[in-house]
Design a protein around this ligand. Structure first.
Ligand SMILES: *Cc1c(COP(=O)(O)O)cnc(C)c1O
Length: 412
């Protein structure tokens, strides 16, 4: 399909999608695909889950949008569920519409925190340390936070106040902290950057460093959150005793409906007991579309289903099954199977097969999978990412894995 009127920012696969059903997508020619991409880890309950369809239809027929000038009961109900059942630490939630927006939000909270807890000379702290190969989004703020130059090409000058260090390198991180640092921001498992999990030791060290230097621990759960990694939140899957100060979410929370949010801890930031969440008062932040009745009712249905069906535990089990199955094939082109829960990356071995010019190994293998009827997703140049719906049926999981096995065997 030639697109004359859509800005060509995406390299799109040569299929046109018509409809979805659970963990299957259908194109306009009627061809069926096993969907291990799930809208890039977004359609957490698969396509057209009855509870989600019901919530959208009901709420759309009642009230879609009314603005944040009025009380919206669905926001309070959803926020309570997020705080109690997902984050598990007292705090408050702000609703927005995407991951990048949620990250911009927590960067703003960190900047304000830097004013309230300034340097010894009274000037504000403002710098957030993030990590190489991280991905935090495409807005000016979240792009500057992203530790990948390819995302930033020709958009400079970038927003100031970020420094990048190698992931899982506690020593380099400690050296990078200075008097202007106010926060450290990370993904529990780097998703777009190649499915690289934080080690429990590293996460523990980051939390300890934050405590020692009065920094905010900022966790980007946009991809890892809401059961994807086998716990309700990614950091809980890596090192559950760690307590973040700020958490950003999007993707899976809406089950395919655009929704994002960020959570701010109620912990005291000074001797007077000022709560961190209290520093964002009236007028400090906003979003016209953030937390509409429709978005909140939908996310409420999605998160309730994730909690009630214990899909975190299921994601943990199914993810282990993927890992063991793929490792059991013993194929020369597979170097590693990384990740947690249903955020899995197959690390392709360099030089094990030839790649046509202009392709990365991951994009090439992803294209072969698509031709064979399996939708996956590259993560960096050498990693094929498998991010199926959290409720992917066992038989569909097996069907997808058998397509993948055929593709990988044809390479070897
Ligand atoms: C996708 C993603 C984002 C950006 O989310 P958008 O909704 O596309 O703005 C941010 N952080 C992580 C970890 C992501 O995976």
């Amino acid at each position: 399909m030639i697109q004359k009127h859509v800005l060509p920012t995406y390299g799109r696969a040569p299929i046109t999608v018509a409809k979805g059903e659970g963990s299957y997508l259908f194109d306009t020619e009627g061809r069926r695909y096993v969907d291990f991409c799930a809208g890039i880890a977004t359609c957490s309950l698969g396509h057209c889950h009855p509870a989600v369809v019901e919530a959208v239809s009901q709420q759309a027929a009642t009230l879609m949008h009314c603005s944040n000038l009025y009380n919206i009961p669905q926001q309070e109900e959803l926020a309570e569920l997020i705080v109690e059942k997902a984050i598990g630490i007292p705090g408050r939630v702000f609703f927005c519409n995407s991951g990048a927006e949620a990250n911009d939000g927590i960067i703003k909270v960190a900047r304000r925190f830097g004013h309230r807890r300034p340097q010894t000379d009274g000037s504000p702290r403002y710098e957030v340390i993030t990590f190489n190969k991280s991905f935090h989004g495409r807005t000016l703020g979240s792009m500057a936070a992203t530790g990948q130059t390819k995302i930033q090409v020709e958009f400079d000058p970038l927003l100031v106040g970020f420094k990048y260090v190698d992931f899982n390198d506690a020593e380099a991180l400690r050296e990078a902290v200075s008097e202007v640092t106010c926060g450290i921001m990370l993904e529990a498992v780097q998703g777009e950057g190649g499915v690289n999990p934080a080690t429990p030791e590293f996460l523990r060290e980051v939390a300890a460093l934050c405590k020692e230097k009065d920094l905010l621990l900022m966790v980007d759960e946009v991809q890892c959150g809401f059961a994807r990694t086998g716990a309700m939140m990614g950091w809980q899957a890596v090192c559950p005793e760690v307590q973040p100060d700020l958490v950003s979410c999007a993707k899976g929370i809406g089950g395919g409906f655009p929704m994002g949010c960020f959570w701010v801890s109620n912990r005291a930031i000074d001797a007077d007991g000022t709560e961190l969440s209290s520093i964002m008062g009236p007028g400090s932040h906003g979003s016209t579309f953030g937390g509409t009745p429709l978005a909140c009712a939908t996310a409420l249905a999605v998160v309730s289903e994730i909690v009630e069906q214990n899909l975190a535990e299921r994601a943990c089990r199914m993810g282990q099954y993927i890992k063991e199955t793929v490792e059991g094939w013993n194929l020369p082109c597979v170097e590693t199977v990384r990740g947690l829960g249903l955020l899995r990356g197959i690390g392709l071995r360099k030089g094990a097969f030839s790649v046509p010019e202009g392709n990365t190994p991951a994009a090439y293998v992803n294209g072969l999978c698509l031709k064979a009827g399996l939708l996956a997703c590259p993560a960096g140049p050498d990693t094929l990412r498998l991010i199926p719906a959290l409720n992917v049926p066992q038989e569909v999981l097996d069907e997808g894995l058998s397509i993948l096995k055929n593709v990988l065997e044809s390479l070897s």
